[in-house]
Design a protein around this ligand. Structure first.
Ligand SMILES: [Zn+2]
Length: 442
């Protein structure tokens, strides 16, 4: 049985006392709110006892009917799993109290640079006009947003950590209004959080590459530590799929970056953009596995034969799709994308900003949404779709063999108040602790 009554406060209090007694890394009472937690320096050892790990499936009439778990003691050093041992309740170290250990979650599409989070509640103030209307709005409000964007990014990172993510792929505005300041301010926040959080950045020409002249700034950004070159609706914003995508592809090639474009456009130009990108990636195989389309809503509205054709080509070109798992009029065909081996990843996109206020910061919630939308409702189905939160790292393989954690794995871990992965997805179980490279950060 997993204890159900541990509050986060008492858990952290107890673990900090044990921490202090066990390793001498922390004095009792130093543990506290996220961000103020003095993470032990990388390389220090950490022992976790009473850790619940999944060990296999139970079967009834050939169907997975449950998940077996046992308690273990895990030793961590140098930011990695050193050993997974039979449980030793008497071990000195942090007491996980029977909580389920899962791979830390990964938020794969967010805008850490552009948020109201950390300030007072504010509903969206869209004034219509589609994406171009939003560009006009941004040109007015971005100078105000930039005034304390480092602080707000740090608050947003703390929210993600509290929801179990120690990693984010963040888009960052590169346009003539903020110039390179959105990027610089976010990099400052990430520097402050570097012991507890990791991010990869996408240089995002939110106001169009040519609609506003952002090409020079994008070249500058490509040389400032970003990992991906972004893009935006090339036909509807820049008026040319080829001109806009050619710039993105060339910049990625010139500076050895990946690609992650926002594609909201539907209809013919949406599909043409996907097919053009597939062609460019096939011409430049170095971009395979490094190219992503965020949103890609047009796929939700293709008839099945056409969808399968496009999905197969995307799978072959190793172009991934990043989704917020939308519902309502746009249901993404994620099972079809999986069928063709497309790398699907999930993100919250907006937590609270002028685009949307519905992001919770939890990618576990995205896995839950997918389970509901696509019928992954059995023990097996629920346990498999956890991969949307962990980016494909699962404790058990499809046959129930234990495959995580193993010696040498990064110690990026989350402790969840659940009895197994399936329950965690179904209940969106509370996150009680996050460990980043062996450092307890939440
Ligand atoms: Zn976005």
């Amino acid at each position: 049985m997993v204890p159900r009554s541990i509050s986060r406060k008492s858990f952290i209090k107890n673990s900090s006392i044990l921490f202090a007694a066990g390793s001498g890394l922390l004095a009792s009472g130093q543990a506290g709110s996220v961000g103020s937690f003095p993470a032990p320096a990388a390389g220090k050892a950490l022992t976790l006892k009473n850790v619940r790990l999944e060990t296999g499936f139970e079967y009834e009439e050939g169907q997975v009917s449950g998940t077996k778990t046992e308690l273990f003691t895990i030793e961590i050093s140098n930011g990695k799993i050193k050993s997974v041992l039979p449980n030793n309740p008497a071990a000195k170290g942090m007491d996980a109290k029977g909580l389920l250990l899962l791979p830390a979650f990964r938020e794969m599409h967010i805008h850490l640079d552009k948020t109201y989070y950390g300030e007072k509640w504010k509903a969206t103030n869209r004034k219509g006009g589609g994406v171009k209307g939003m560009i006009a709005l941004e040109q007015q409000i971005i100078p105000g947003l930039l005034q304390n964007s480092t602080y707000k990014a740090e608050k947003l990172i703390e929210l993600l950590q509290s929801k179990g993510s120690n990693f984010a792929r963040s888009h960052v505005n590169i346009e003539p209004t903020s110039k390179l300041d959105s990027l610089k301010h976010l990099q400052k926040a990430l520097e402050h959080k570097k012991d507890s959080f990791e991010a990869e950045l996408v240089a995002f020409p939110q106001h169009g590459l040519y609609y506003t002249d952002s090409t020079g700034l994008m070249k500058d950004a490509a040389q400032m530590g970003v990992a991906f070159i972004g893009g935006l609706d090339p036909a509807s914003i820049d008026g040319s799929i080829e001109k806009s995508m050619d710039f993105v592809v060339q910049l990625a090639l010139d500076y050895h970056k990946g690609i992650d474009i926002h594609l909201h456009e539907g209809g013919a130009s949406g599909v043409q953009t996907i097919e053009y990108l597939i062609k460019k990636v096939n011409e430049n195989p170095v971009l395979k596995g490094k190219t992503f389309i965020s949103h890609c809503f047009v796929l939700a509205h293709l008839e099945q034969n056409r969808l399968e054709e496009v999905a197969e080509k995307m799978g072959n070109a190793q172009i991934g799709v990043i989704s917020t798992i939308p519902f309502g009029r746009t249901i993404m065909p994620i099972p079809t994308l999986y069928k063709y081996g497309v790398d699907v990843r999930a993100g919250n996109d907006c937590i609270i900003d002028h685009w949307s206020t519905f992001g919770s910061g939890s990618v576990l919630q995205k896995a839950n949404l997918a389970a509901q939308l696509y019928g992954y409702n059995t023990e097996l189905g629920l346990s498999r779709i956890l991969k949307l939160a962990t980016h494909n790292v699962l404790p058990l393989d499809d046959k129930g063999n234990q495959q995580w954690p193993k010696t040498g794995d990064k110690a990026d871990l989350v402790l969840v108040e659940a009895s197994c992965s399936a329950e965690a997805v179904s209940r969106i179980s509370p996150v009680r602790s996050l460990i980043h490279r062996g450092n307890v950060v939440f």
